[in-house]
Design a binder for this molecule. Structure first.
Ligand code: SF4
Length: 325
């Protein structure tokens, strides 16, 4: 890993209009799925984006790969903006960014064989080399037996399907891969195998990963830095060791206090149990001020009115909370 950033997200917003409050359609109902987030991913690193369901982490991923257009803000890759300027250049840059989805069962076409699935991106990107050889190489690097080439997804196990999805993402030699909960739909017995394949591929091809998950224990083992999202905003980001040893934000402490630990060292640094005082609010109706204030066990006067800003509490460790200001 080097310190140069490969992906820079600046004040990114993605809003969706999901209806109207009045029959004349003058008052739109808007979901602020992503509401002004900034982060960078360094070349060769695994940057972990963690959050509960509805926090906006998958919307962030889909916006980066171009499935959504940003409402505001910018995303640049290798210093070039992905959404402004030359379309051809933008397409070339986006080719370097691939995504692996959570559920391989629904992301693979059941009517195509493994060979046809892996051939499709090669055809789209007009890769003219011997495609069968290329497919065999892809299958080898994700540890799929070659005799699976003519099988259909329904004949494969969950881990094998996800290996096909990873091979498909690698078909066009990307340098940046978004992993959107790549193991959460898999049996525990095959999760470790897929994680080991991903780590091996990163070392071999110097890949940069944006790793999205709700699983903080997994992040501790795979990420070099971790950011935590809540209702469309990032509330804390730090290097992984610092994040787990020295959390600042009450929401981070709440989540860390409830994850299982496997060693005495992890037990020692685990925050005391923090009790949440409520349910995560609907993204359609985000509370004013700090969006966490309805659940925060240490909220202050003013938390319900004023939205905190990110401040750097230690080098590279940023927190959005009035208590740190
Ligand atoms: Fe809690 Fe206030 Fe900090 Fe929000 S700003 S996390 S409500 S203390």
């Amino acid at each position: 890993m080097n310190d140069a950033s490969i992906l820079t997200v600046r004040d990114l917003k993605k809003y969706f209009v999901i209806g109207h409050q009045d029959v004349l359609r003058r008052k739109p109902v808007t979901v602020k799925a992503v509401d002004g987030i900034s982060f960078t991913v360094k070349e060769g690193e695994t940057f972990g984006l963690v959050g509960e369901s509805g926090s906006g982490k998958s919307t962030t991923a889909y916006t980066i790969v171009g499935m959504y257009r940003p409402t505001a803000g910018s995303i640049s890759f290798r210093g070039e903006d992905l959404f402004t300027g030359n379309n051809e250049r933008s397409r070339a840059l986006k080719k370097e960014i691939q995504i692996v989805f959570q559920d391989p069962g629904s992301s693979l076409n059941p009517r195509r064989s493994v060979k046809q699935i892996l051939e499709l991106p090669l055809k789209i990107h007009r890769r003219e080399e011997n495609r069968t050889e290329h497919i065999a190489r892809l299958m080898d690097i994700v540890e799929l037996p070659l005799d699976h080439m003519h099988k259909y997804p329904q004949a494969l196990g969950g881990g094998e399907k996800q290996a096909v999805a990873i091979a498909r993402a690698l078909a066009t030699d990307p340098s940046f891969v978004i992993l959107d909960e790549p193991t959460s739909a898999l049996d525990v017995s095959v999760q470790a195998k897929i994680i080991n394949i991903l780590i091996g591929l990163q070392d071999e091809f110097n890949l940069s990963y944006l790793f999205i998950t709700h699983d903080l224990s997994l992040m501790r083992n795979v990420a070099s830095r971790v950011a935590i999202m809540y209702l469309g905003k990032i509330c804390e980001v730090a290097e992984t060791a610092e994040f787990f040893d020295n959390p600042y934000h009450p929401y981070t402490k709440m989540l860390l206090s409830s994850i299982p630990v496997v060693s005495e060292e992890e037990e020692r640094i685990k925050p005391a149990k923090v009790k949440s005082t409520g349910e995560i609010p609907s993204p359609v109706n985000v509370p004013p001020g700090c969006s966490f204030h309805l659940r925060c066990p240490v909220r202050q006067a003013g938390c319900a009115e004023e939205d905190p800003v990110m401040i750097e509490v230690e080098e590279g460790h940023w927190v959005r909370c009035h208590l740190q200001c």
